[in-house]
Design a protein around this ligand. Structure first.
Ligand code: IFM
Length: 427
């Protein structure tokens, strides 16, 4: 069943994390507030998480042990700008120190500016419901790039705007807990403008300051496969509508500057090409039913601990479609699975990377793979109970233990592919 395969030498592999999910210790962000309100299913809080803020050195050691050549890290905006317009130099210095350590260990950093959590002062001003967020996000971007831009040439402006909007403004189980389609669309629009302002600022600052390296900026788009649940043409129609509403409209708006229905009309900040790569966070497929406009799971399929279908071919299909549409390098900015027992993660990694190797053979420039995630961490409303890590974390003691799948992934990173020996030992 398994066969060895190779990925191109310049294909960089590593893992991805987000500040709020691993750092712990910050009381100034919207997710801390959400935890305090008792909204987390297992009662845990991002205040604890992985205590990464105090364990950076240990965690960079693990990244090195797993032979990463790339690592995606998030910045906590609320630490860098704790009050409106007031920046904390010690916070940016902390990130600078971490990034220097990564680089010294041969790991290329990719920095995320916004990953679901915002400073409380911004929340008090309406967060992305308020168009003022565009200016605030641009100012924050400039500060970050002025202070880190000599070390970091690659940025993600916003992580999964569609997930942020769907959970925070449609289902209402993430902050700010709204169920309001009108607001959801407004936030989509303002996030689009934030992305464009940030995209331009990153390029401008790096150029003006003469920083070396090719500047690469994009969005980490959460993309799913939307297939009809049955052969009923109405299910097919529902799948197309859902795909557009969840991901089509926002991706097209952010990449081109031209707002798509139902987000808006026209190009308020001008048209352009606001991406240097297409970031894809891929996890699963939705099986869509017209009846009840329902997002279901295909029957008789393999699922992870959260009930998400495991569908590796979807990654191949999405990349192919994205390349055809955007003609840009493809970076898999997240891909991984929730598997407490580490029973199927190794196979999951193998199958998804195999799909990427097929794309490389076809000449499609898939250049990066960031596994989600380095270590078990605070999984938003699921809290500490959902385990996505290559490394197991005991939250009480903060002991990190590399899982078997982590060992395999470390070997894959080292060899840029899967060898027969790895198959014999791990699969
Ligand atoms: O943990 C999240 C991450 O923050 C964004 N993408 C999906 C992951 C798994 O749910």
């Amino acid at each position: 069943m398994y066969k060895p395969f190779k990925l191109p030498d310049d294909f960089l592999m590593g893992s991805a994390t987000a500040a709020t999910q691993i750092e712990g210790g910050d009381r100034n962000n919207t997710w801390y507030d959400w935890c305090e309100k008792g909204k987390i299913l297992d009662g845990s809080s991002c205040l604890r998480a992985n205590d990464h803020w105090n364990r950076v050195e240990e965690d960079v050691g693990l990244i090195r042990q797993l032979n990463h050549r790339a690592y995606r890290l998030g910045l906590e905006w609320s630490r860098i700008e704790p009050n409106n317009g007031q920046f904390d130099f010690s916070a940016i210095s902390h990130y600078r120190n971490e990034i220097e350590m990564l680089i010294q260990n041969g790991v290329k950093p990719l920095v995320t500016l916004h990953h679901f959590s915002s400073p409380l002062w911004l929340r008090d001003e309406g967060e992305f419901e308020n168009e003022k967020a565009v200016g605030y996000f641009e100012r924050y971007t400039r500060y970050v790039v002025e202070n880190l831009g000599d070390l970091v040439s690659e940025y993600i402006t916003i992580n999964e705007p569609n997930v942020y909007v769907a959970n925070g403004y449609f289902f209402g189980d993430w902050p700010p807990g709204q169920k309001n389609l009108g607001l959801a669309l407004k936030v989509f629009k303002n996030m689009t403008l934030c992305h464009i302002a940030s995209y331009r600022a990153i390029h401008e600052v790096r150029k003006k300051m003469g920083f070396k390296g090719i500047t690469m900026v994009g969005v980490a788009n959460h993309l799913r496969i939307f297939d009809p649940y049955s052969r009923n043409p109405l299910d097919l129609l529902a799948a197309k509508v859902m795909e557009h509403m969840f991901q089509g409209a926002i991706v097209k708006s952010m990449t081109t500057g031209r707002l798509r229905f139902p987000i808006g009309f026209g190009a308020p900040m001008g048209k352009g090409r606001f991406f240097d790569f297409i970031g894809i966070n891929y996890y699963s497929r939705s099986a869509v039913r017209f009846k009840g406009f329902k997002d279901d799971v295909m029957p008789n399929t393999q699922r992870n601990d959260l009930g998400w279908e495991i569908y590796p071919k979807g990654l191949y299909d999405l990349c192919k479609k994205a390349y055809k549409m955007f003609k840009a390098p493809i970076w898999i900015t997240e891909n991984g699975t929730c598997d407490q027992e580490d029973a199927f993660r190794s196979d999951y990694i193998y199958q998804h990377l195999l799909e990427l190797s097929k794309l490389s053979e076809e000449g499609i420039p898939v250049q990066r793979y960031y596994h989600w995630t380095l270590m078990d961490n605070f999984e938003w409303v699921e809290g500490e109970s959902a385990r996505f890590g290559l490394i197991h974390v005991d939250y009480e003691t903060q002991k990190r233990t590399i899982r078997k799948s982590g060992e395999l992934y470390g070997q894959i990173c080292l060899h840029n592919g899967v060898t027969q020996e790895m198959i014999d030992n791990y699969l």
